[in-house]
Write a protein that binds this ligand. Structure first.
Ligand code: SF4
Length: 429
């Protein structure tokens, strides 16, 4: 075993003694057996460590990329010579406007990312709370996902996006009225065309109540919205939300079909403020492998395609583009912005900071053995929301440090200057 691994195990053994969350893979030292080509053991451990320290690892773990031999893992930054780097005390601006239109409320997040939809039923309520508390701390957002809005999230409502998906689970007037942003989930990059599934084992009494369903019965969100087959239908959906909550910004989450540029332009003309483009690398263990690996267009292709098309149409500066689907590190975030996104939406990285080992057991039985993607009342207690919020906040802090460092080495003072700068990227054969 290498020194860095021993160091981390030592640190976590100390945490275990204090009664903190348990990560058995670390406990037993089988860390090289974890992960896969995208989420390598190094990246899992480094993300866990960033959740603990709030800074990138200082030892040998590779925290910037995975080892997939493609996509983000082959892209790198072509930094300026060191003599041209900006001073360390430069006031870098990482903010992103979520409403680029001239009308409507202005919402600006100080960091170029927010938490993506993970539903009540797919993750535990304590994880939802952890994410909302971290969003409040950083002035950004988290999304409810499609399973309803637990009352415990209401104190954080200024930082919670209400999602409306095809199953309409738990969608109520008041949950739309709470939200500064309402998000329509049309599709998910990990399983486009397949809708959503929550298996009966996880549909506890509490989940069924929130979703206005029957306990222990599998719940399916169909694909697509059967009320939306055109831009005009899409606009009617948005008008419906605006009638219930005239202040709300509208986000639209789509996967990456071959005509994603047409989807983007349609969303703009339907009056969306944010387009979340969800690529094929995302999803928890609940998404079928065959779908994750074979259906959606990789996000590295989809984002430049949309960025270029909207620029040519003259509307790029009126729609916020957020990329999602398997963004694993600050370097992935910076690369997708250089490819044309305004910012990105995080999911799995937050769970990894909380101890996810990518074991793909999310949907089975009682769900996650670490209390993350579970609805089991006993397993949920493994994560204390204060602890979870601290770890997610720490991950954000580490990402912010790295993003500023990347900007510094590119001679840029703001993240918006990086958008679409593919000239800063190089392909490493
Ligand atoms: S079951 Fe838990 S540890 Fe395993 S992939 Fe799902 S969230 Fe991660």
């Amino acid at each position: 075993m290498q020194n860095d691994e021993l160091m981390i195990i030592e640190k976590h053994t100390e945490n275990l003694r204090k009664g903190f969350h348990v990560w058995p893979a670390l406990k037993y030292g089988k860390i090289r057996a974890m992960g896969d080509a995208r989420w390598t053991a190094d990246l899992l451990l480094a993300t866990w460590e960033q959740g603990e320290t709030g800074a990138p690892p200082t030892h040998e773990l590779e925290y910037r990329t995975g080892a997939s031999k493609g996509g983000f893992d082959k892209l790198d930054f072509n930094f300026l010579p060191e003599s041209q780097w900006l001073p360390l005390d430069t006031p870098f601006d990482l903010s992103v406007s979520l409403n680029k239109r001239s009308e409507g409320q202005k919402i600006v997040i100080p960091i170029p990312f927010y938490g993506g939809g993970m539903s009540y039923g797919s993750i535990s309520e304590n994880i939802m709370l952890s994410r909302a508390m971290a969003a409040l701390k950083w002035g950004t957002f988290t999304s409810t996902g499609e399973g309803g809005y637990p009352p415990s999230l209401v104190p954080y409502k200024e930082h919670v996006i209400t999602q409306v998906a095809t199953g309409m689970f738990g969608v109520r007037e008041e949950t739309i009225q709470y939200a500064p942003i309402v998000e329509f989930k049309y599709a998910q990059g990990a399983k486009p065309g397949l809708g959503g599934h929550l298996l009966g084992d996880k549909t506890t009494v509490a989940v069924a109540k929130m979703r206005e369903s029957v306990p222990w019965v599998s719940l399916f969100s169909p694909f697509p919205f059967h009320s939306v087959y055109s831009v005009e239908d899409h606009k009617k959906h948005i008008d419906w939300i605006n009638t219930v909550n005239p202040q709300a910004l509208i986000a639209v989450k789509v996967s990456t079909p071959i005509d994603i540029d047409m989807v983007a332009v349609g969303s703009f003309y339907a009056n969306a403020h944010i387009l979340q483009i969800d690529g094929g690398y995302g999803g928890t263990g609940a998404a079928p492998e065959i779908a994750k690996k074979n259906i959606a267009m990789p996000i590295e292709y989809a984002i430049p395609k949309v960025h270029r098309y909207l620029t040519a149409e003259g509307i790029r500066n009126e729609l916020t583009i957020m990329a999602s689907g398997g963004l694993r590190s600050a370097y992935d975030i910076a690369k997708i912005i250089a490819l044309g996104a305004d910012g990105c939406v995080l999911g799995t990285a937050e769970l990894v900071a909380l101890g996810c080992t990518r074991c793909a057991n999310c949907e089975r039985g009682r769900g996650c053995p670490f209390g993350l993607t579970t609805t089991d009342p006993e397993l949920q207690q493994l994560v204390d929301p204060e602890w979870g919020a601290k770890r997610i906040s720490n991950l954000y802090a580490s990402y912010v440090k790295q993003l500023k460092d990347i900007l510094r080495k590119l001679g840029l003072k703001s993240i918006s200057e990086l958008r679409g700068r593919t000239d800063f990227l190089v392909y490493r054969p």
